[in-house]
Write a protein that binds this ligand. Structure first.
Ligand code: NDP
Length: 346
């Protein structure tokens, strides 16, 4: 029939332990009917345009009991799911209509039926690149916003350190820090990324952590008076080096610990006593609990993008065939900026 189309999919072959490999995923080509199932009451049928590669997806590749963590495991043998930007082709939900552009949880495939429409956001502003809704205007953007403003309560003149600073979240945290009148330093894993931090995102300083055998010495070089705010993306040795360099009443927003995600045994942290000495606060957060601020966030960030006050770097690969390599590349630092997969140009 004419409404049957090709549907490439990225399947999780089996659950993963240790570092994920491209061969843990498989790109298959099947077909799908471009029609919602008979009797659908809430779902939408979408064409996926951009998919987001995010570090948390690694934890979904591990087999765990349902409800054991804040996100459930993927289903082995089924398409991966993740954040993306899509176009609505058919809707059984009165909140969405054909032709709407949306971002939220979708499938790693050409066409998806999304039943959990509560987590879909309608895209109203299309005078910015649509792919931005996987990054600066989507989940990572909200993460930077919630983590920096809500968890860290920054004040003008404070010193801020960001790890994994050139990535989807970090590049924005650094720019928010500058807009707040803070001194901000970032670390990243290549010279190219360090240059981006200084020249493109306006960090006051930046260093390549891979070339610093003594992280404590590097931090003391950039923060002779200590760190008021640490935006933690990396964990492990980096966190241990930061703790003794915190200032009195410092704040650590624990956004993520990417250096730990592929370890069978997490590394120990030794310097927690410095939280006492510095009367510092370390607080983890999950972006999902801050989406009520999304409207307020857009009001700040959209004009800032249009006026050139905030800039954003993306690393876009083309085609679902490229998606597995792009996803695992996050854990080797291969992405320069936000990692996006272009599935289709509308
Ligand atoms: P990025 O775009 O920053 O990509 C990941 C980067 O992490 C890589 O490019 C690499 O950069 C760095 N990295 C990878 N492995 C290591 C390692 N072993 N040691 C140090 N750095 C490493 O990702 P995001 O901006 O999307 O995510 C950043 C962090 O935020 C992650 O920890 C993620 O889990 C977390 N997060 C948390 C959320 C929440 O709700 N709490 C929501 C979204 C993200 P480099 O070359 O610099 O090493």
């Amino acid at each position: 029939a004419e409404d049957v189309v090709r549907n490439k999919q990225v399947i999780l072959r089996d659950y993963v332990s240790g570092f994920p490999k491209e061969s843990d995923m498989q790109v298959t080509t099947g077909t799908t009917k471009l029609k919602l199932p008979e009797g659908s009451t809430a779902g939408v049928l979408v064409k996926n345009l951009y998919l987001s590669c995010d570090p948390y997806m690694r934890s979904r590749m591990t087999k765990r009991d349902p409800g054991a963590s804040y996100v459930d495991s993927f289903n082995a043998g089924s398409p991966i799911t993740g954040y993306g930007v899509a176009k609505v082709l058919e809707s059984a939900n009165p909140k969405f209509k054909q032709g709407d552009l949306v971002w939220g949880m979708t499938g790693w495939e050409e066409y998806s039926i999304i039943t959990a429409t509560d987590s879909l956001f309608k895209i109203h502003n299309t005078d910015v690149p649509l792919s931005y809704y996987t990054g600066i205007l989507g989940m990572p953007g909200m993460t930077a916003y919630a983590g920096f403003y809500e968890v860290c309560s920054p004040k003008k003149g404070e010193t801020v350190y960001v790890s994994a600073a050139s990535g989807a979240v970090g590049q924005l945290v650094g720019q928010f820090a500058k807009l707040s009148g803070c001194y901000v330093v970032g670390s990243a894993g290549t010279k190219e990324k360090v240059d981006l931090l200084k020249k493109k995102f306006g960090f006051d300083g930046a260093f390549n952590y891979r070339e610093e055998p003594d992280l404590d010495a590097a931090l003391k070089r950039f923060f002779p008076e200590g760190i008021d705010i640490y935006f933690e993306n990396v964990g492990g040795k980096m966190l241990d080096a930061v703790l003794p360099n915190m200032r009195v009443h410092g704040r650590i927003a624990v956004c993520g610990m990417i250096s730990q995600y592929n370890l069978e045994q997490p590394e120990g942290v030794h310097n927690l006593m410095h939280l006492v000495i510095k009367q510092a606060r370390m607080e983890g957060f999950l972006v999902f609990n801050y989406y009520h601020l999304y409207g307020k966030f857009l009001e700040m960030v959209l004009p800032a993008i249009k006026e050139g006050k905030i800039t954003y770097v993306e690393d876009v690969v083309e085609g679902l065939e490229s998606a597995p390599a792009a996803l695992i590349g996050l854990f080797a630092g291969r992405n320069v900026g936000k990692q996006v997969v272009l599935v289709s140009r509308e």
